[in-house]
Design a protein around this ligand. Sequence first.
Ligand code: GLU
Length: 466
Amino acid sequence: MADQNNRPVVTRFAPSPTGYLHIGGARTALFNWLYARHRGGKFLLRIEDTDKARSTEDAIDAILDGMNWLGLDWDGHEYYQSQFWARHAEVAHRLLERGAAYRCYMTQEELAAQREQARAERKPFRIDSPWRDVTEGQGDTPFVIRLKAPREGETVIDDEVQGRVTVQNVELDDFVLLRSDGTPTYMLAVVVDDHDMGVTHVIRGDDHLNNAFRQLAIIRAMGWPEPTYAHVPLIHGPDGAKLSKRHGAMGVDAYRDELGLLSEAVNNYLLRLGWGHGDDEIISRAQAIEWFDLPQVGKSPSRFDFKKLENLNGHYIREADDARLADLVAPRLPGADKALLVKAMPELKARAHTLNELADGARFLFVQRPLDVDEAAAALLTPDARKILGAAYAKLGALAEWEPAVLEAAIREIAEENGVKLGKLAQPLRAALTGRTTSPGIFDVLALLGRDESLARIADQMEPTE
Ligand code: GLU
């Protein structure tokens, strides 16, 4: 499908590689990806590495890794903005030739004086360069190239998210396009690259809305097709304040490695953060591609709710394939036996929200005897309880089969014979077998551990019967 100029839809994600791929950037990437897929267009990735001093290889790797993990594949190769410096400079010179830009020879002192005067008069600072209408060069004197920004009228943007936004052109300044060392500014580079890459839809955080008016001035001066803009409100913390590390503004790799989340849960959560489809909470990727559109992006900042993300992750864990979960959990459990993990997974995943909780729940399977019994579990191992464990040991040891159904019948019998409720036996049994007060069902625990290990763990805690 095409845009209003009949161009095929092209979106892009344009991160600056100065840090990790944070959650806001990941959401911007997801929205661009979904929109392109929804419209049958292309999704491009451009690394904006113009700030050479602050860009790092590690940050580039983290961005690519994060995108891959989230399954946000881009079309073709990734672009690196710094490769196009010559082209940016060429466009700056084209603007000069067209009379849409000028060489500005103002010195730092002159600029500072204007700034000082604006402050004294309590006016917003707008550069007023004496070079705006001078076309001849001034020999070897260093200069910057500035856009000759329009001063009359207004600029209107019909933003797909923000609606109609208008700025009086007197508000726009003659900003720098090319620095005196010949390097392009962000404002110029973005516009040139978007044009050259055929970008039709610019979907990004609304912290860039002000830039859009300046970028549009360059686009109009070049007579290029104008993109459709969609400026998405930023993500705030649960308290409404700007998202900070405390709130979850960390790299997506930390969501995977430290928090133990699945990428489908993070995708689903990010999609719902600022976009909605009725009351739907669980949205598959296929549905997201079918439904995603820009008008349903909300206009107010969304609040990051970690509990909601965790619950969504719990849902996706329950849906996930057991072997895949075992692969993801095994590295978190030194000495884990993968076959046993797979076998235990249906029980384990029923109660876990994250891979960390899954690993925590599985730990009892792989710990060495004698077990570290936690405080709450130790409190259950009273002298009476230890006696009942002794009775259980004798009876279980005599079983011909070691299957959940057989074990259940035996445990119920032991409880009855000893005149206690099932819980009074199951609780100390769980404490002895797992060292904890919560675990999968006790019959499954016995079955998973097997006869020898189960009996040995019980023996470690019991008071033998005479
Ligand atoms: N590189 C800019 C950033 O990371 C994004 C530029 C854009 O999306 O137009 O904030």
